[in-house]
Design a protein around this ligand. Structure first.
Ligand SMILES: Nc1ncnc2c1ncn2[C@@H]1O[C@H](COP(=O)(O)OP(=O)(O)OP(=O)(O)O)[C@@H](O)[C@H]1O
Ligand SMILES: [Mg+2]
Length: 256
């Protein structure tokens, strides 16, 4: 085989390779004399530009798994690969770079800075990433508009409702234009219209803006907007249905 034809083949492989791969990962916590497994033997491939949702009862391990995907925590067994590299081997500097531009996290608790306005909360990560003033204000205004909060930009978090704070935290993650957004219950505080708008935004970003989305939710009415649905129970993960292949699949019973 000539060298010329090997190059595109390697590129094609890279394009098809998962962005994040979880390989038989577990995360246990020592409680007294016992190990509590918050995540247990999970394997998962997250393809680029896909929109993945994670459902499961409270305490099933969703946040723990999302933290592993973000490299905020590491598995006690198994590994998590980001572009084929074990996240546990990333240096602190590499982790900071990842978080500045490539991995956006929406925390279940929003994690907004209380003394900054909505606008400043969204703009700060762009400033830290070294993005110029003009582009910063363009992006900040754009994402505030996308989440429907352009008119709340001067408010500080305590002057916003829970749902508005939640939308600011989503805008902040979107603004850095990361490769992947990991969103933990991003619609937990939202009414059904706003929740469906946010999931619509995620779907659009995964299709048209080259982003990959992983979002946990309790809201089953939102699931059909995703490409894949995974369900967690007692730390274990199972795939509900591949909706991109068969949009009706989620409505079929496993035994039918
Ligand atoms: N730091 C910790 N130490 C001990 N146990 C923990 C820790 N973090 C999580 N757990 C336990 O792991 C399990 C999974 O927790 P996790 O937060 O991942 O659940 P979840 O699916 O996100 O729940 P929710 O829907 O309520 O947010 C829970 O039983 C929890 O008590
Ligand atoms: Mg959680």
């Amino acid at each position: 085989m000539s060298q010329a034809s090997e190059v595109p083949a390697a590129e094609a492989r890279a394009a098809n390779a998962p962005l994040i791969e979880v390989v038989d990962a577990s995360r246990s916590f020592r409680l007294g004399s016992e190990d509590l497994y918050a995540v247990k033997n999970v394997s998962l491939s997250i393809q680029r530009n896909s929109f993945v949702t994670l459902v499961g009862r409270s305490g099933s391990g969703k946040t723990t798994l999302l933290n592993l995907l973000a490299g905020l925590d590491h598995p006690t067994e198994g590994k998590v690969l980001f572009e084929d590299r074990d996240l546990a081997t990333f240096s602190e500097k590499e982790m900071i770079q990842l978080r500045r531009g490539r991995v956006g996290v929406v925390f279940q608790s929003f994690a907004l800075l209380p003394l900054l306005s909505a606008y400043e909360n969204v703009e700060l990560p762009l400033r830290i990433a070294g993005i110029g003033a003009k582009e910063r204000s363009r992006r900040t205004e754009e994402v505030l508009e996308l989440v429907g909060l352009a008119r709340r930009s001067k408010h500080r978090p305590f002057e916003l409702s829970g749902g508005e704070q939640q939308r600011i935290s989503i805008a902040r993650a979107v603004a850095i234009q990361p490769d992947i957004i990991l969103a933990d219950e991003p619609t937990g505080e939202l009414d059904s219209t706003n929740a469906s708008n946010i999931f619509g935004l995620f779907r659009e970003m995964s299709r048209d803006r080259n982003m990959t989305i992983v979002a946990t939710t309790h809201d089953r009415t939102l699931l059909e907007m995703a490409d894949q649905i995974y369900e967690m129970a007692d730390g274990g993960l199972s795939q509900r249905a591949d909706l991109s292949a068969d949009p009706e699949a989620m409505f079929k019973r496993p035994d039918s």
